[in-house]
Design a protein around this ligand. Structure first.
Ligand SMILES: [Zn+2]
Length: 110
């Protein structure tokens, strides 16, 4: 399974996994240690470890539910921003990304 990395508004790399967003905690030679983005806010213990494109460990100790729709919106926004920054027409890109998002959503709602 390919991993979804997204950029935060501050330009940090985030990991999107099973409806949760992780921020990088520690980076070793071949592994990245992630902690749930909500860890500080609500003292959850959600953590994950990845190596390259592989999830080595995900403990799933979240004390809150995931937010797949919200994350999808952030992924759309993040990739839109990236493409806009590389000099392509942001209006066209926005429309296309919206379509892609809607297509993925229909598989959930029906
Ligand atoms: Zn969590």
């Amino acid at each position: 399974m390919a991993l979804n990395f997204i950029k935060s508004s501050k330009g940090k790399n985030l990991l999107s996994l099973n409806g949760f967003i992780y921020t990088s905690d520690k980076v070793s030679e071949d592994r990245i240690y992630w902690k749930c983005e909500n860890l500080k806010k609500n003292s959850g213990k959600g953590r994950a470890i990845t190596s390259g494109e592989t999830v080595i460990k995900e403990n799933n100790l979240h004390n809150h539910s995931g937010d797949a729709a919200g994350i999808e919106a952030r992924i759309v926004y993040g990739s839109m921003k990236q493409e806009a920054e590389t000099g392509r027409d942001p209006c066209k890109i926005y429309g296309r990304k919206r379509q892609e998002a809607n297509l993925t959503k229909t598989s959930f709602s029906s």
